[in-house]
Design a protein around this ligand. Structure first.
Ligand code: GLP
Length: 237
């Protein structure tokens, strides 16, 4: 479907997307996957449901999450650590699971997390995408070579994510995010997107200029990328 290296699989809806994504994970496990990079957000929930219900064995796999809100601990229901426990880690046992610690000291935590990634090269990085084409919390303008660091969330991200909080004022303004450099270091990348509100981001990521203004456009430079997207998200391709 696209002229570059990105393989695009169009599915009917998020349910079918979750199934396809879980199949891809199963395939990679069979091929010896040892380290998996994981996303949060509404998008991967159907994939996590499939993985929970599967008989796949992750006991030899290290999981490394993309990001976490600064200021939220793992017991906070809106933290990404809490989300991952609910969605996957309480149901499947992993060799190790890593999520940035939202309450930890900035300097120590970013150094610790970058060491985790360095020690565990990622075989498969799974991603969602923001409406502004952000990956993890790498907002437009993020350095293509970036590593894990503290980031400021932009207004549109705070607006999109406020549905998960009581009020917009409760949405943290900063986060720790794995950088685009680390995401690009993964051997294979799988990006998931559903819904019309992702159509512009998907079209810009696949067919637009490769620019730091569109973080996901960096994926055009990776040699093994699969997008699983629904018809609505594919509507502007
Ligand atoms: C957040 C996360 C991203 C995620 C994006 C889209 O900002 N940090 O990793 O891809 O939201 O979320 P959703 O899947 O809910 O649309």
């Amino acid at each position: 479907m696209s002229s570059n290296n990105i393989e695009v699989i169009v599915v009917k809806n998020a349910q079918e997307g979750g199934k396809k994504a879980a199949e891809l994970v199963a395939n990679e496990l069979e091929k010896g996957l040892k380290v998996i990079g994981l996303p949060t957000g509404g998008t991967p929930e159907t994939m996590y449901a499939e993985l929970r219900d599967s008989d796949l064995d992750f006991s030899d796999v290290v999981a490394i999450n993309l990001d976490e809100y600064i200021g939220l601990g793992a017991d906070h229901p809106q933290s990404y650590a809490y989300f991952m426990n609910e969605q996957l880690f309480n149901h499947k046992s992993f060799k190790e699971t890593h999520v940035p610690a939202g309450l930890a000291d900035e300097e120590e935590e970013t150094a610790r997390y970058n060491k985790v990634i360095e020690d565990n090269p990622i075989d498969l990085q799974i991603l969602g995408i923001g409406t502004n084409a952000h990956l993890g919390f790498n907002e437009p303008g993020s350095d293509f070579d970036g590593l894990t660091r503290k980031v400021d969330l932009v207004e549109s991200t705070i607006e999109s994510n406020k549905i998960y909080f009581d009020s917009v004022d409760d949405v943290p303004r900063t986060a720790y995010s794995m950088g685009l450099g680390s995401i690009m270091g993964a051997k294979k990348v799988l990006l998931l997107a559903y819904g019309e509100n992702k159509a512009d981001a998907i079209a810009n990521a696949i067919n637009g200029d490769i620019t730091e203004d569109v973080p996901a456009s960096i994926l055009q430079k990776h040699d093994d990328v699969v997008f699983i997207i629904d018809e609505a998200a594919a509507s502007k391709l």
